[in-house]
Write a protein that binds this ligand. Sequence first.
Ligand code: PMP
Length: 368
Amino acid sequence: MTRSASPVTGRVFNFSAGPTVLPEPVLHKAKQELLDWQGIGASVAEISHRSADFIALAAQAEADLRALLQVPDDYAVLFMQGGATLQQALIALNLAAPGARADYLITGHWGKTALQQAAPYVDAHIVASGEAQGFCDVPAREDWQLSADAAYLHVTDNETIHGVELNLPLDVEVPVVADFSSSIASRPIRIRDYGLIYAGAQKNLGPSGISVVIAARALLERSGQKRAPILDYRAHLARESMLNTPPTFNWYLLALCLAWMREQGGVAAFGARNAARAQKLYAAIDGSQGFYRNRVATAHRSRMNVPFFLPTAELDAQFVAQAEARGLIGLKGHKVVGGIRASLYNALPDAAVDALVDFMQEFRHRHV
Ligand code: PMP
């Protein structure tokens, strides 16, 4: 089926969960600089990561990330490869002694993968899980069974597949380790509420192939478990995230995205915009007289990933195909839950959400 894209830009509206849409000005700049970056006569992908030009880029990216998220000086920032999944294993190896107790709150699919990646190294304990309720709610805080001696508590700030946002004060004694893969820089947060946060860049921050870790320096001093330097946060920190050859082009795109986010007003501006856009989409779902349904408890509905269902799986499929023909792509739900999922990350233009809401209304009128 042919997709109809904007006649002006040739671009569609991309609701993919990640990798996903990048800011258009970033793509233009990258295109313009591809053959000759900063007058050096080569692209950023063709020069040494040890060159002064690249080191300056890396330093600027860190400065921009620190400014965006107001990262305190006693927190380290790392840029790493291996995705969020690698972090899920490194957390256990670096922050817990062999077989030590580590607590996990499970609010969706990614909490489960975090637990799986850590399980070979720690005594992973499930504090509470929303699985029996189909991950439609966050288990009540008073029902969590926290361990007194846990090395850390792992939580997922936003469950990308189930569309569940934690959205509650954690108020625990042990360091909180949080997966922010699909919500980093989408709203202001208080870094000091966390011991360590991590995220793959491919949703709110830029391209895949690079992840960010923000961690209290004191936490990174823990001896953890026997591990090779490549698996050791301390080694990455000592070498300023260049222990081995980093993904330079991804880092460059990430740097362009961070600069763009600052120009756009930073996380406060994105937070307000993202809340308004999510509100608009949930209102369209809730106002559809049951044609569209989202099952997540209102207080924990994600502002980033909005899963919803039509009356039948056949209608779900028709919706996705017809939306795509209109230039609204990436709406097919994840195979774990099915249905539709609209991801509303920072780089998605507001007009995309308006176009989706219009299409939902029109589709419903044709089918009721
Ligand atoms: N955690 C969350 C919340 C995610 O959304 C994802 C990817 N969709 C992951 C972890 C896994 O990330 P990666 O593919 O970068 O390893």
